[in-house]
Design a protein. Structure first.
Length: 524
């Protein structure tokens, strides 16, 4: 077996920069704050941090509307501070991944300002401009993922422009080769500054139908769902030409050696697999989001693991994601007890895990009052369940400090104080200790990092599987239920359990009990 790459051995930790650590009292997290917490991330046992966008931005979508791809927003800090952060991270053995947002820029980006200045501006074709329909309305039925038509009228030049998200986020035209060259320059700008890879925002949306055909109606649409679900995304996502672009991004990263290309892609597994590239020349890891909205049952998860493993192309490396800044937190989705089971699952499955900041202390979705809502998705379509503020509340460092130690000022979102790093730190039964123990276990067991996964079985509420590498064999059993269950095991030793009491317990071959919500890893 070839030597694994660092991102295959490693664990990724996602930082939402506005919410990690504020250093100057403006209530918004920043680079100096992140820098000050790198020791924490490293001691947790993560190998890389992925930082959501930190570029200059009017913040219509909190940084996912980029006004300059090659600088740092003053709200977050400066380029020298970023370079300092990279040096510090590397010194600690942590890789640094940036969020690359190529599908759309801010409407305040100079490219778009030029593009909209006149129909014959050289950058006109950098964005998707279209004449109105004969009745003067939008050119077709495409809908924005943030509600309403995806077309915005531009009075000055008498055409519409396309935006998959906010009108403040015009989509770039990736069929234009100058756009491709400019974006390649952006990747190189950051790679030259030591960045170890990228998470590419909405990678599967980059190319849209060049004939601008109407999307078909979605027959499964249910009233109450977000508006864009009314249509299938047939002509606005996952177009075949996207793969050539993924390949070119990958080729750029390859010029720099061991850098990683991760794609944000919400697609069914078979379509997802194509993003690895037909010849393994695509993304290193198309994000596997299946756990984000999986029905939380042993049978569902077992089926998912088996199907995913079977669908993976031969040289493709798997990965699993339990949470991110766009989805409700795991502890709120499944409850505190099952969040511990989920932690064991994430860190014992085959493939690179991504941990969302705060999940390691069991943070739950924050309560956001109506007048505290900041997310444009919620402001534009209230009550649709699209709001993402709850999973973006500030990191809880120390309960006894104002704002749990996140800021001296007024936090941009309310800080929950139900639990904190400081409190969980010395408590061996805490979620934080469980995460740390799991991360140590991964480092010390090759079977967890590079072993095969086999015998994935659901029996009632219990999911079991084995990870094997050479003569090492680990048996994992997770109880998704609220009752005690019996599990069939070979003889061995418990190397980790969610209830710390069982660590080191010798198990004889036969049936062993699992308490409600208990998970164990046994060396067999
Ligand atoms: C991605 C980001 C999300 C953002 C959207 C538009 O899905 O994760 O936060 O709103 O892209 O950039
Ligand atoms: Ca700040």
């Amino acid at each position: 077996m070839p030597e694994l790459k660092w991102w295959q051995r490693g664990v990724i930790y996602q930082i939402y920069p506005r919410s990690f650590q504020d250093s100057n009292g403006d209530g918004i997290g920043d680079l100096v704050g992140i820098d000050a917490r790198l020791e924490y991330v490293s001691a947790l046992g993560a190998d890389a941090v992925w930082i959501s966008p930190i570029y200059p931005s009017p913040m219509a979508d909190f940084g996912y509307d980029v006004a300059d791809y090659c600088d740092i927003d003053p709200m977050f800090g400066s380029l020298p501070e970023f370079e300092q952060l990279v040096i510090h991270a590397h010194h600690l053995g942590l890789k640094v991944l940036l969020d690359f947002v190529p599908n759309h820029s801010s409407n305040r980006h100079p490219w778009f300002e030029e593009s909209r200045s006149s129909r014959d501006n050289p950058k006109r074709d950098w964005y998707l401009w279209h004449d109105p329909a004969p009745d003067g309305g939008p050119p077709n039925n495409w809908l924005s993922r943030m509600g309403g038509s995806a077309w915005e009228w531009d009075e000055h030049t008498g055409q519409y422009y396309y935006h998959a998200f906010l009108p403040e986020q015009p989509d770039l035209n990736w069929r234009n080769h100058d756009v491709r060259r400019a974006m390649d320059g952006v990747l190189r700008f950051w790679l030259d500054r030591g960045v170890d890879g990228f998470r590419v925002d909405v990678l599967w949306l980059l190319i849209k139908d060049d004939q601008f055909r109407d999307n078909p109606l979605n027959p499964a649409y249910q009233p109450g769902e977000p508006e864009h679900h009314r249509l299938l995304q047939t002509y606005t996502e996952d177009q075949p030409e996207v793969h050539e672009i993924v390949r070119s991004m990958r080729a750029t990263l390859d010029d720099y050696g061991d850098r990683v290309l991760i794609g944000e892609i919400y697609l069914p597994v078979t379509q997802l697999m194509k993003y690895y590239g037909a010849a393994g020349d695509g993304a290193d890891m198309p994000f596997n989001f299946q756990l984000l909205n999986a029905r939380w049952s042993a049978a569902t998860i077992a089926g998912m693991i088996r199907d995913y493993d079977r669908a993976l192309p031969e040289h493709a490396w798997p990965n699993w994601v339990l949470g991110n800044h766009d989805n409700p937190r795991i502890a709120s989705r499944v409850g505190a007890a099952q969040a511990r089971v989920a932690a064991v699952l994430l860190l014992t499955l085959r493939g690179t895990p991504t941990i969302y900041y705060g999940d390691e202390i069991g943070m739950t979705d924050g309560d956001i009052e109506r007048d505290q809502v900041r997310d444009p998705a919620e402001l534009r379509q209230p009550g649709m369940g699209q709001g993402r503020d709850p999973e973006r509340t500030p990191m809880q460092w120390e309960r006894s400090l104002p704002n749990a130690g996140f800021t001296d000022g007024k936090p941009w979102l309310p800080v929950a104080t139900n639990s904190s790093v400081r409190e969980q730190d010395g408590d061996t039964s805490s979620m934080l200790s469980l995460y740390r123990r799991l991360l140590i276990l991964r480092r010390s067991h090759a079977a967890l990092v590079q072993g095969t996964i086999a015998n994935v079985v659901a029996n009632g509420d219990v999911l079991t599987y084995e990870r094997r590498y050479r003569d090492q064999s680990l048996f994992i059993a997770l109880n998704f239920g609220v009752e005690c269950a019996m599990v069939q095991s070979r003889s061995g030793v418990v190397v980790l359990s969610t209830s710390t009491r069982r660590d080191g317990e010798v198990v004889a071959a036969g049936t062993i009990p699992l308490a409600a919500g208990e998970a164990i890893v046994a060396s067999v």
